[in-house]
Design a binder for this molecule. Structure first.
Ligand SMILES: [Fe+2]
Length: 205
């Protein structure tokens, strides 16, 4: 079985308002998800091979797989949409789509920020329904609850406390989200949107 590798190329540096120390700390957690996803895949394979796929322990591990693998994937989309110096987005297919669906770009962005302020731990994800072109900002609790099947991530914002506790205290989520918005890689968001509309997988790494 293939072993999944940490995607070192996704690690952001020199962000505006999110310190390298914060990213370094957070990156360690991402590596933990990769390790756990690999270990769980191996364990599930071994249990299947031993004819134990119908046992409660397999069902328990299968549930946990959604948490670990989901955590790995979401962190890759998150780190991968952080880059400094991109500025703002005013044109392109994504901007046009959110203006059409939310009324204005700022209204869409405000909705994303509000999604990120949802009480609880998880993710604010701007996602595309590839079948219809509908764009929503959804809150994914933990790494899996609330994710809609086959919706494609365009902007991914981690709002676990671990994403900002190095730079801020526990009450610092709003300041962290402001910093996140300043560092969104809009060029990548646009590429993800175009890929989704063309039936391809949005760029994750
Ligand atoms: Fe995280």
């Amino acid at each position: 079985m293939d072993t999944y590798q940490v995607r070192e190329e996704l690690k952001p540096k020199g962000l505006d308002g999110i310190s390298d120390a914060q990213i370094e700390d957070h990156w360690g957690l991402y590596k933990g998800y990769v390790a756990q996803a690999n270990a769980l895949r191996k364990e599930l394979g071994e249990l299947r091979a031993a004819g134990r796929g119908g046992e409660p322990i397999f069902a328990d591990r299968r549930r946990r797989f959604g948490f670990e693998y989901g955590g790995m994937v979401l962190h890759e989309y998150y780190f991968g949409n952080l880059r400094t110096g991109i500025g703002s987005l005013t044109e392109g297919g994504f901007a046009a789509a959110v203006v059409e669906q939310f009324g204005s770009f700022d209204d869409w962005l405000k909705d994303l920020v509000n999604t990120g302020k949802t009480r609880g731990i998880g993710w604010a994800v701007c996602a595309l329904d590839p079948a219809t072109g509908v764009i929503i900002n959804q809150f994914i609790q933990l790494h899996e609850e609330g994710a809609i099947a086959a919706f494609l991530p365009l902007v991914v914002l981690d709002v676990f406390e671990h994403a900002y506790m190095v730079d801020h205290r526990a009450g610092g989520r709003a300041a962290y989200i402001d910093a996140f918005v300043k560092n969104i890689d809009w060029e990548k968001v646009e590429r993800r949107f175009i890929a989704g509309r063309e039936g391809r997988v949005p760029e994750r790494f």
